[in-house]
Design a protein around this ligand. Structure first.
Ligand SMILES: [Zn+2]
Length: 347
């Protein structure tokens, strides 16, 4: 009896041992497969694709993509057609999230409002209304209770018919460059085919130039606002603010998460990215772009930005002035950031 029991126990120990060994090997294999998929997806982010996206969005035909115009909606439809083609599903029932902003009549014009209380007040007097649409898509994660969001605004400031000469504000840097990064990253995640740990939302904002309206409306109506673990933003990532140092890029991130800085440092080394970031840890990164909407709700953010330049909000912000090598490497670095945001256990 005793002998039998002992050998059975020994067999069991041996079995558990073998079991955990093979479980370890299976985990290692799946980790290797995941790393391989990530690295192959990284290679799908190319300079040619950046040129195509920015070239189209910043072309004269899109007339500066002003919020509330058909020109901005052409940009939105371009983004939607690509998301659909790559098999990335809408966040809600449709890819678009329509919203309206209100303001006083033009002589007393004040900032556009999207908050229901402000809208109710404005509706009692002569007012202006502007209809816009965000574009929202999602790759569902294994843990459907946690979200990370990557975003870039697609609207710009339009045209000025009274301007003599070139009257189109093309917005190649602001923010066709950021949209191109967000598109390439969405495509890379679709190509990788690895289900992330957390849900990844791909957001293309309307109305940023007139008061961060798209991201504000989104957060004001978001049913999962308290489940957002991080927000990654792009706004103006294509110019050389320091001509003597073309790889210069400003990397803003929430100071309470120093690991965001470590991620980029490691990825630049490991993947040989040609970037020279100015690491700017920021206590409350509320300024500049749609990152502010999320930072105000204490959501950790990362924001890529290549700083101001003389063509900022001018008709000269054109596609031929973009540093495409830099846009491509920022897109790759940010893909790796988003991979970490979506998959790292904690940060
Ligand atoms: Zn912008």
């Amino acid at each position: 009896m005793r002998t039998t029991f002992l050998s059975a126990a020994m067999l069991l120990i041996a079995f558990i041992g073998i079991g955990s060994d093979s479980a370890y090997a299976a985990k290692r294999n799946s980790n290797n497969a995941t790393t391989k998929a990530k690295e192959q997806a990284l290679q799908t982010i190319t300079m040619d694709a950046a040129k195509a996206h920015i070239g189209f969005l910043a072309s004269d035909e899109l007339r500066g993509r002003k919020a509330g115009t058909n020109d901005a909606q052409v940009a939105a439809q371009y983004i939607i057609s690509l998301l659909r083609q790559w098999g990335i599903k809408p966040l809600g029932d449709s890819y678009t999230q329509p919203f309206s902003a209100y303001s006083m009549e033009w002589q007393k014009r004040k900032p556009w409002q999207v908050h229901p209380d402000s809208i109710a007040l404005l509706k009692q007097m002569p007012h202006r209304r502007l209809n816009m649409k965000n574009v929202l898509a999602m790759i569902p994660g294994k843990n459907t209770n946690e979200y990370v969001i990557m975003g870039a605004h697609f609207d710009h400031v339009g045209c000025d018919p009274d301007l003599e000469g070139d009257s189109i504000y093309n917005g190649a840097d602001d923010n066709a460059s950021g949209v191109s990064a967000a598109l390439q990253i969405a495509h890379a995640f679709a190509t990788a085919g690895v289900q992330p740990e957390r849900n990844i939302v791909f957001a293309f904002w309307d109305g940023e130039e007139i008061g961060l309206l798209g991201s504000r409306f989104f957060m004001q109506t978001c049913a999962f606002a308290d489940k957002i673990k991080g927000y990654l933003n792009f706004d103006m990532i294509g110019r050389n603010n320091k001509p003597e140092n073309p790889p210069y890029v400003v990397y803003f991130y929430t100071a309470a998460h120093p690991v965001f800085g470590d991620w980029l440092k490691n990825d630049i080394k490991q993947y040989n990215l040609h970037l020279d970031p100015d690491y700017r840890a920021w206590d409350k990164p509320v300024g500049g772009s749609d990152n502010g909407t999320f930072a105000k709700r204490d959501i950790p953010i990362i924001w890529y930005h290549t700083d101001g330049h003389p063509d900022y909000h001018m008709p000269g912000d054109e596609a031929q002035k973009i540093n495409y090598e830099k846009v491509t490497d920022i897109s790759r670095a940010a893909f790796l950031n988003l991979w970490n945001l979506a998959n790292e256990k904690s940060y």
